[in-house]
Every structure is written in structure tokens, then in C-alpha cells.
Design a protein around this ligand. Sequence first.
Ligand code: MG
Length: 204
Amino acid sequence: MRIFAIGRNYVDHIHELNNEKPDDPVVFTKPDTALVRNNAPFYLPSFSKDVHHEVEVVLKIGKEGKNIEEKFALKYIDSVGLGIDFTARDWQQKAKEKGLPWDIAKGFNGSAPVSDTFIPLANIPDLRNINFKLEVDGKLKQQGNTSLMIFSVEYIISYLSRFFTLKTGDLIFTGTPKGVGPVAIGNRLTAYLEDEKMLDFEVK
Ligand code: MG
């Protein structure tokens, strides 16, 4: 199982980090050791002083494929969940300045909590109109809608599959809307897809 992720896929988030709008999707991966399930706590790593939450819609691949055409992309998605793309922003900033990879900043242990619940694609009326949000200690921090993605879900599947064979069970983080910010020990993160609570865990 692999975890793919797309960076800079919402314009309002690009602006808050002073990034440029990309011509192609920004792709990175996280190792399977980043995955956290069952609302297990997120352990704040000691190597970073600025770990940010990024709530994202996560696609689960249901069928192996490569060189997938956009018009067939939905056939390769099994279901949709939510995840947090935890990012050591200080490490990412250093890497960006030097043009170095983001592996540590994005892929450290526990950096990818993912919901246990995944909603089958058949039960989602419109993939391009999903509301999602993140609360920290009950306060709204991030709110997004998939209609605001720069690169659509279909395009992401097609693009990734040009380079990587997508396999059953692979997860794809699709980018975060604005409102990213640091987490601290003791914070409780709750994330919702429409009205359904998908994630509810503590930072330790
Ligand atoms: Mg992200």
C-alpha cells in the first residue's frame, strides 16, 4: 500500500504559503509507516517546532491501473475518506529553500492519520462538490469544498498513473484548503466530511 499526496491543489492555500500555482500537480509520497488508523493519537515529533495540520479528502484505489484516461478514472476509485497530511513546516521550508526533497517534512512516522470510515463512491452524489472541514479543540480551522480543486480527482488519477501503477488499497491525499496551522500537545482534532465525523483524535 502506498500513500500518494498532491500539494498546492487549492488556490487559497497556495496564497497563504506564498507559493506559485503549479502547471502540473505537485506529487509526493509518504511511507506506510506514516499511516495512523482508529483515531489513535498523533505523537508530535520532537525534531520539529512547527508541525501543521492539513485536512484533505483521501481517495482509496479499488483497482490496479496505469496510464488511466481521465474519462475512466472514477472506475479506479473505491471510496473516499478524510486524512490529515501532517507537515513539519520548518523542515519543509528549509527543503524548499534548498530545492531538496520533502520526505522528512511530510513522511515522518505517524504523519498520515486517515479515517476508518471510507464512503463508497456509489454513495457520494457528486465528487466535485464535497464539503469537508477540520476543527481543533472545537474551533473551525479549515473548511473546503472539492469544487475548488485546481486539478480534479479524475485528472489526479490520470496524472499519477502515468508514472506509477496504482494498486488496490493505495491512498491519495488530494490537497488542503487554506487555514493550515500548528498543532500542540493536548489539541483534539475532529474532521468532518459533510456532516459525518470522520476523524477524532488527540495530539500527544
Ligand atoms: Mg497537503
